[in-house]
Design a protein around this ligand. Structure first.
Ligand SMILES: NC(=O)c1ccc[n+]([C@@H]2O[C@H](COP(=O)([O-])OP(=O)(O)OC[C@H]3O[C@@H](n4cnc5c(N)ncnc54)[C@H](OP(=O)(O)O)[C@@H]3O)[C@@H](O)[C@H]2O)c1
Length: 345
């Protein structure tokens, strides 16, 4: 667990209790305690970085937790965590997450674990009087057969893509729960819908991870071993990628300012959608790879596209500037190279 106090200082594991004592003794004036579940993952680490470097506020104390602090599939562990941290606000990121190939294999696990985690976090938030919860959906949960661009009103309009139906239905139920908690109890529980996320602290595992970090590790290996770089699939599917640090800034805004229960898509503009081939070429450039590039067309492509509209976001934040894609790719590649020993891979 890491805790950020108003000074922006991150305290490592085990300091939570001490920090709580400080608050009880009046040494820390934070009136909001923000618990981030999944705080050690790609998105959580991005939020921690932005809180540390740009967004600290004296009345907020941020607590980032991992599965080692509490197994959120277990109701008792979840309750014990909330009793310990006493959050007033929750950013709920914890989930079983994976790329196309992991989803194809484990639809049942994706469904069960995510439903358990979400039910435990939302119900414990309700029972302990948490003021606001922001949970995380994903654009890959939208209906497979749809019109484009997809928007927030279309989440439940038809079955998701067959590759990840377990994950998708579990995520969709968060929106159902948010509406029900609001209708029955007036809870301020909402959700955001990011597109494909990438950045430092990603899961770079080629089999289990998402496409972009997988490409980064494959190029790293190809460079090291002097072998061809093999992209899985045709390279033609299209994706809107969002840099984890941009997503972090938007998440913090949603927590502080967004008042709706209905979800909001957090995405770059439609014109910033790129093909997997274009993404691979950006990684090649960032990693300065000069070897042979092959496309293994026997591998599945997944959903061809899932172009999302960010019109709702733009109505609220017309001037928000996303980090240019190539710059964000370069920073992610540099992070992977510098942190090779500790990176998930
Ligand atoms: N990555 C994307 O492209 C993407 C796109 C759209 C939406 N999202 C959503 O964004 C959220 C965060 O994703 P991410 O990419 O940051 O995931 P990630 O890097 O895989 O991190 C997952 C986090 O969840 C925690 N966790 C997993 N199982 C848990 C359990 N049983 N109990 C407690 N904590 C548990 C992990 O803790 P440990 O470190 O201890 O395992 C880790 O902190 C997820 O809800 C995901 O669905 C992600």
């Amino acid at each position: 667990m890491s805790v950020i106090k108003s000074t922006s200082k991150v305290e490592r594991l085990g300091q939570c209790q001490q920090n709580k004592t400080n608050i009880e003794m009046g040494e820390n004036k934070a009136s909001k305690v923000i618990l981030v579940t999944g705080g050690t993952g790609l998105v959580g680490k991005g939020i921690e970085h932005i809180i540390n470097t740009e967004e600290a506020r004296p009345d907020e104390r941020w607590v980032f937790i991992s599965s080692k602090d509490a197994d959120l599939t277990n109701a008792d562990s979840t309750k014990a965590l909330f009793d310990r941290v006493k959050p007033t606000h929750v950013i709920h990121l914890a989930a079983m997450v994976g790329g196309l190939f992991r989803n194809l294999k484990y639809n049942l696990d994706f469904w069960r674990k995510n439903v358990q985690i979400n039910d435990n976090v939302l119900n414990t938030s309700f029972e302990t009087g948490v003021e606001k919860v922001v949970s995380c959906l994903s654009t890959c949960i939208f209906p497979d057969k749809t019109t484009y661009p997809i928007d927030e009103t279309m989440v439940h309009n038809g079955p998701p893509h067959n590759s990840n139906f377990g994950y998708s239905y579990a995520k969709r139920m968060i929106d159902v729960q948010n509406r029900a908690y609001h209708q029955q109890h007036g809870c301020q529980f909402t959700s955001v819908i990011p597109t494909n996320v990438f950045g430092p602290h990603d899961n770079f595992n080629i089999e289990d991870g998402h496409v972009l970090p997988g490409l980064i590790q494959k190029i790293y290996n190809a460079k090291r071993d002097n072998t061809p770089f093999v992209v899985w699939g045709t390279g033609s599917p299209r994706r809107q990628f969002i840099y984890s640090l941009d997503l972090a800034r938007l998440f913090i805004w949603v927590l502080r300012e967004y008042k709706e229960i209905d979800p909001i898509i957090l995405s770059v503009n439609e014109s910033d959608e790129v093909s997997i081939k274009e993404a691979a070429e950006s990684v090649i450039e960032a990693m300065d790879f000069k070897g042979e590039v092959l496309y293994d067309k026997t591998k599945a492509d997944g959903q061809f596209k899932k172009t999302a509209s960010n019109d709702k976001l733009r109505k609220y934040l017309p001037d928000f500037k996303f980090t240019p894609f190539k710059q964000a790719i370069k920073e992610s590649c540099d992070w992977f190279i510098s942190n090779y020993d500790i990176a998930r891979k």
